[in-house]
Ligand binder design. Structure first.
Ligand code: CMP
Length: 140
């Protein structure tokens, strides 16, 4: 059965441009509940750990530099079928390929600075949520 939680980050480009409020509004209006949230700045090292799965990819170093370049919001979201529904809401990784009305189509500026992250599986949603939040913090 599909899980009820996914993990997201509002990335430095969207945070810096002041799109966080509009993005959160879209997330809530799509039926997701924000059950944990924080503004934070990733160190280069932590960005590297978070994206370790991509460490052999040519874009890994740039991605880690970019993700540690400024503040982000990290959040755990709750909804039935959370992972798949959220990926539909945000659209394709490359905003040039993202469907009309999706968060990335509206707010992303490039394949790297693509406004938001969304977990790609229930397992990764749990791993990524635990990366940012302890059980103690998840009080909602
Ligand atoms: P995200 O969903 O956070 O997962 C991995 C990230 O790597 C992705 O969003 C993009 O920000 C980035 N990414 C993926 N593919 C590329 C690419 N071809 N070039 C640059 N960055 C990429």
């Amino acid at each position: 059965m599909a899980g009820k939680r996914t993990f997201t980050m509002i990335k430095p480009d969207a945070f810096e441009a002041g799109h966080s409020g509009a993005i959160l509004k879209m997330i809530e209006e799509a039926g997701f509940k924000v059950v944990a949230m924080k503004a934070t700045i990733l160190s280069r090292e932590l960005a590297g750990k978070f994206y370790e799965v991509h460490k052999e990819r040519p874009f890994y170093q740039d991605l880690c530099a970019y993700m540690s370049s400024g503040p982000i919001f990290a959040a755990i979201l709750e909804k039935d079928n959370a992972v798949d529904d959220f990926r539909k809401l945000i659209g394709a990784t490359n905003p040039a390929d993202a469907a009309e009305g999706t968060i990335r189509k509206l707010f992303a500026t490039s394949i790297e600075a693509n406004a938001v992250h969304g977990s790609d599986s229930d397992e990764n949603a749990s791993i990524e949520g635990n990366f940012f939040f302890s059980q103690f913090e998840r009080v909602v």
